[in-house]
Design a protein around this ligand. Structure first.
Ligand SMILES: Cc1cc2nc3c(=O)[nH]c(=O)nc-3n(C[C@H](O)[C@H](O)[C@H](O)COP(=O)(O)OP(=O)(O)OC[C@H]3O[C@@H](n4cnc5c(N)ncnc54)[C@H](O)[C@@H]3O)c2cc1C
Length: 411
């Protein structure tokens, strides 16, 4: 075993020991069925120090790298995908602060102290019909005399909704020009497309506190998969963002900025890690299914039937590129490699390939288990539903394709 792999094994043992994972896996089925939040998992994760993973030693944390956290998140997702996806949002916020600090910007380091004090961070960026995502917002941010803002709008799919205490949000500064209509209403893909720099106005990024006035969490949450994430909509009605929690004011549209780069990198690679974990577990269950199922015709287990082996082999081949991408890209990110315009291609590519691999692995595994996997009590039927959530993280494949085409075809 290389030193690096030995370190991953140590971290897995320290933060996600096998017996803990088994408990998470058992509870994942219960939380899914009861459509409830993973409170017990969260208590265990807190006790293990999992929420402080990215906090550097200078602030009292273990200071893990994105590469190390990506491996842990793959492991967690292999047991409890919804727990991993939701806790990802907290990890991502802290990973963003670490990434900025590593690149010489310590303006958000207060987040580390809050994490050590037990605050839980969440990600309030997605909005209805905002396919500009990070580059635009339909939340209105009214400036206040003290240098803060009052935010009014709807954030959808806020994972960790029962427990978050700090939410990173963005809004369009009132009085600054509204985004141009072309991209926002035509369905033109926003992220990194050429039309994105036509967005107008200024965006403010910062954090709001859960105990601030004007926050309502939607009652509605009855979804296909990732149910325990409880990613309910958050309605903001003139919610104060205090001046000391304002992080950035940047032009809407395609404008390079360290904060949005750090968000995109952590978001794409950690979300990809979750779906990589789902894919890995689905393949394991598929293999177990082939060993267990007997074929009367061939007189053997399906594990010896060539067609069944080929099907599983193909899904395995699809999957193997994903952890390789994640290892390479997270290490480059940690090593501050400058891929320039090549970064979005890598980051979004890893996430799209991971979610594709998870859906394919889950479907293949269902074919391997046969009808028993279709039963709602089977882990695979839940994994199949959880994997479909990967269709909805931005940018979608449709939104991303122009970027890949342009990288090869345009000057
Ligand atoms: C399991 C899961 C967890 C996610 N976690 C996060 C997260 O933590 N943070 C984050 O920023 N994004 C999160 N996302 C959001 C995701 O990344 C996408 O941005 C989102 O799915 C985009 O959906 P859409 O453009 O298709 O939305 P739309 O089609 O515009 O809306 C989708 C849903 O939003 C809700 N909605 C729409 N309008 C309103 C309204 N006015 N009031 C209340 N609800 C409304 C409805 O339920 C609707 O079905 C998560 C997604 C999933 C699937």
């Amino acid at each position: 075993m290389t030193d690096r792999e030995a370190r991953h094994a140590e971290l897995a043992q320290q933060y996600l020991p096998a017996e803990v994972l088994e408990r998470f896996r058992d509870r994942a089925g219960v939380c899914d069925r009861e459509n409830r939040f993973f409170d017990e998992d969260l208590d265990e994760l807190k006790a293990l120090g999992y929420l402080t993973l990215f906090v550097p030693a200078s602030h009292g944390g273990p200071g893990l790298s994105l590469h190390e956290v990506s491996r842990l998140q793959q492991r967690l997702a292999s047991a409890a995908p919804a727990t991993a996806l939701a806790i990802n949002m907290h990890l991502m916020c802290t990973g963003v602060v670490k990434a900025m600090n590593d690149r010489g910007d310590d303006s958000l380091n207060w987040v580390f102290d809050e994490v050590m004090a037990g605050e839980i961070f969440a990600f309030g960026i997605s909005e209805p019909s905002n396919d500009w995502v990070l580059q635009g917002s339909n939340t209105v941010a009214e400036p206040t005399a003290d240098g803060g803002y009052l935010l009014t709008g709807v954030k959808i799919f806020t994972s960790l909704s029962p427990v978050w205490t700090r939410l990173i949000v963005h809004g369009l500064v009132a009085g600054s020009q509204a985004p141009a209509a072309t991209g926002a209403t035509s369905g033109t893909p926003a992220p990194d497309s050429d039309t994105a720099d036509q967005a107008g106005g200024e965006l403010v990024y910062g954090f709001i506190a859960r105990n601030a006035p004007g926050i309502t969490v939607s009652e509605q949450w009855d979804v296909l998969g990732m149910r325990a994430s409880q990613s309910r909509a958050t309605i903001l009605d003139r919610v104060p963002m205090r001046p000391e929690h304002v992080s950035r004011r940047i032009p809407a549209g395609k404008h390079p900025d360290l904060l949005t780069f750090a968000i995109t990198s952590n978001f794409q690679l950690l979300i990809a890690s979750v779906y990589a974990g789902v894919a890995a577990r689905a393949l394991e269950l598929g293999a177990a299914g082939l060993h267990k199922r007997k074929s009367a015709k061939s007189g053997t287990a399906f594990a010896e039937v060539p067609e069944a082996r080929v099907r599983l082999a193909d899904a395995h081949l699809d999957y193997l590129g994903v952890p390789a991408m994640l290892d390479a890209y997270t290490r480059d990110f940690d090593d501050l490699v400058d891929h320039g315009a090549g970064w979005p291609l890598r980051l979004v590519g890893a996430r799209i390939k991971a979610s594709d691999a998870a859906r394919r692995a889950a479907e293949t595994a269902l074919m391997c288990t046969g009808g028993s996997g279709f039963d709602n009590s089977h882990e695979l039927s839940r994994l199949y539903r959880d994997a479909t959530a990967g269709l909805f993280h931005p940018p979608s494949a449709d939104a991303a394709r122009p970027m890949y085409a342009a990288a090869l075809l345009d000057d």
